[in-house]
Design a protein around this ligand. Structure first.
Ligand code: FE2
Length: 160
């Protein structure tokens, strides 16, 4: 933790650094999972899903940058390598042997829902620590997680 003139105590900044790095690892994991789906999906809805999964990747990529730069703005160190994220992610490993569109929709939905749940908890945790800015950051991530979960699940809900 670097010294800073920011008006948040070191102890608090350190807790926020840990919380933000946990969700950064999950976001990086989810970001690569969405590319994995983008590259490998097959089937009759190929082009729609190929493009949707890339949009999801782009959205998460933006949040990855915002989360990482909040860590450094607080005087912390962002753990942003693939290697670090692989070791720290709390998400279930993405399957490498699936190709069907529905299988990718289900695998991504499960992981995005898990991520969304943890981000929602992070809103409350950072608000509880007195950092409205980090709570606001996580609120934006949470809103997009819910939106993209809808976009994924809408493909699985038709006719039910
Ligand atoms: Fe591509």
């Amino acid at each position: 933790m670097y010294a800073s003139r920011i008006d948040l105590p070191d102890k608090l900044r350190s807790k926020l650094e840990k919380l933000l790095n946990s969700r950064l690892a999950d976001a990086l994991d989810l970001e690569s999972a969405s590319k994995q789906a983008h590259w490998n999906v097959k089937g009759p809805n190929f082009i729609a899903l190929h493009e949707l999964f890339d949009q999801l990747h782009g959205n998460i990529e933006q949040h990855v940058d915002t989360i990482a730069e909040r860590i450094t703005a607080l005087g912390g160190r962002a753990h942003g390598t693939v290697h670090a994220a692989a070791g720290a992610s709390s998400l279930a490993p993405y399957p490498l042997n699936i190709s069907d569109g529905v299988a990718h929709l289900e695998a991504l939905s499960e992981r995005l829902a898990d991520f969304g749940k943890k981000v929602r908890a992070a809103i409350d945790a950072s608000a509880h620590l007195g950092d409205a800015d980090t709570a606001d950051l996580f609120t934006g991530v949470s809103r997009d997680a819910d939106k993209y979960l809808w976009l994924l699940e809408a493909h699985l809900q038709g006719g039910r």
